[in-house]
Design a binder for this molecule. Structure first.
Ligand code: KG4
Ligand code: ZN
Length: 332
C-alpha cells in the first residue's frame, strides 16, 4: 500500500512515498533554513509562504522519484499538528484537497507520532513495547510506546526543548540558526571536561527535563570569559553538548529500567547528534538493552515518518474529514 506523506509543521516542506509503512520509495525535504537564518529563528509568516511556494513541486518530485503517478497512491497522510498553525494549514489543506480530487482517503498524523514511527523506516524495527526519547527543536519527551498509534508520555521538558537549547547556545556563540549541527561539529574539536556546566536531573526518579538553567549557565560563562571566547568556543560547545547528552541518556535509561523494557529508541532532530548516538549506544550495550535509531536523514523533520505513521492510522480506520482542522499543541 503506497502512502503519500506530507509534512509542513515548521520550516521544512517535505513529501515522501512509503510502501506498507516502512519501505521508503522517495523522500524529499525542501528546507527553509536560508530564509530564516537571517532572523536567527523561524518566522511563522515566512514559513507559511515558503510552504505555499514549495508544496506542489515537492509533492511532484516525491512522486517522480518514487516512479509513481498519482493513481499509484492508496492514501494521503499529512501532519495535522502540533506545529505552527499557518505552516500546518498549507500541508494539511493541500493533502485533503489532493486526496478529495483523486477519491483517495486522507489521514491526519500527529507530528510526534511521526517521529516515533521513524524507527520503522529501517531494517530491524523494534517489537512493542519500547521506550522512546523524542528530542527535537520543539519537543523533548519520553514515551512508553505500546503500538504504532498508542504512546504514553512518561516525562517531558518543563521549559526548553533539547534542540532549542542547542539553537539558543549557537545563537549566543554567533553561529546562526539552526544550531544543533554546528555545535556538534564544533564540539568535536573541544574538550567536554574543560568547563563543567550544570546537569538538571530534577527529581532523579522522574523523567522530566529542564534545559533553561544550562542555557543561562552557558550565557554567564560567555559573558565572563569574553576575552577568550574565540579560542574557547570548541570547549564551550563540547561541554554544553556533554551536559545535554548526559541528562538525555540518563533519563532514557532510567525510563527503560522503570518500565522493565529492554528496547529503546532515540528519535527527533537531536537524535542526529553523533555524541548522543554514541553515548546512548554505549549505555544500551552495557545494560543489555537494544537501541533502535532511525537513519540520520529521518531524524529531522521529514515526510517519510509521516507516511509511516499515516499507514497505521489508516489501517486503524482513522480518516481526516474534509472539515478537519490543524492543531498547534498536543500530547499524544
Ligand atoms: O525534529 P526536528 O527537525 O524539528 C522539530 O520537530 O523540532 O528538530 C530540529 C532540531 C533543531 O533544534 C536542531 O538544532 C536540532 O534538531 N539538531 C541537532 C542536530 N541536528 C539537528 N541537535 C544536536 N545535534 C545535531 N547534530
Ligand atoms: Zn519534528
Amino acid at each position: 500500500m503506497n502512502i503519500l506523506g506530507i509534512e509542513t509543521s515548521c520550516d521544512e516542506t517535505a513529501a515522501a512515498v512509503v510502501a506498507d509503512g516502512s519501505r521508503v520509495l522517495s523522500s524529499v525535504v525542501a528546507t527553509q533554513v536560508a530564509v530564516h537564518h537571517h532572523y536567527g529563528g523561524v518566522v511563522p509568516e515566512l514559513a507559511s509562504r515558503q510552504h505555499i511556494e514549495a508544496i506542489v513541486p515537492v509533492v511532484s518530485e516525491a512522486l517522480e522519484r518514487a516512479g509513481l503517478r498519482p493513481d499509484g497512491l492508496d492514501a494521503v497522510a499529512a501532519t495535522q499538528g502540533p506545529g505552527l498553525v499557518g505552516a500546518l494549514l498549507v500541508g494539511f489543506s493541500f493533502a485533503k484537497a489532493y486526496a478529495f480530487a483523486r477519491s483517495l482517503p486522507c489521514v491526519g498524523v500527529n507530528h510526534l507520532n511521526g517521529h516515533i514511527n521513524s524507527v520503522f523506516l529501517t531494517a530491524g524495527a523494534p517489537a512493542f513495547p519500547f521506550v522512546a526519547l523524542l528530542a527535537s527543536g520543539g519537543h523533548t519527551a519520553i514515551y512508553y510506546v505500546e503500538s504504532h498509534t498508542r504512546m504514553k508520555p512518561m516525562g517531558q521538558t518543563r521549559d526548553d526543548a533539547a534542540g532549542e537549547a542547542f539553537d539558543k547556545v549557537a545563537k549566543m556563540l554567533g553561529l546562526g540558526y539552526p544550531g544543533g549541527r554546528v555545535i556538534s561539529e564544533l564540539a568535536r574539536r573541544g574538550n567536554p571536561a574543560a568547563i563543567v556546566f550544570p546537569r538538571a536531573y530534577l527529581d532523579k526518579s522522574g523523567f522530566d527535563f529542564s534545559f533553561s538553567g544550562l542555557k543561562t549557565a552557558v550565557m554567564r560563562h560567555i559573558q565572563t570569559h569574553a576575552e577568550t571566547l574565540a579560542q574557547d568556543m570548541p570547549d564551550i560547545a563540547a561541554a554544553f553538548q556533554e551536559a545535554v547528552v548526559e541528562v538525555l541518556s540518563f533519563k532514557l535509561l532510567s525510563a527503560a529500567r522503570h518500565s522493565d523494557c529492554t528496547r529503546l529508541a532515540l528519535v527527533g532532530g537531536v537524535a542526529a547528534n553523533r555524541r548522543l548516538r554514541e553515548k546512548v549506544s554505549g549505555m544500551a550495550a552495557e545494560n543489555n538493552l537494544t537501541l533502535h535509531l532511525p537513519p540520520v536523514e529521518y531524524c529531522g523533520d521529514n515526510a517519510a515518518m509521516v507516511a509511516a505513521a499515516g499507514y497505521h492510522e489508516f489501517t486503524a480506520g482513522r480518516r481526516a474529514a474534509l472539515d478537519a482542522d490543524v492543531y498547534s499543541r498536543t500530547g499524544i
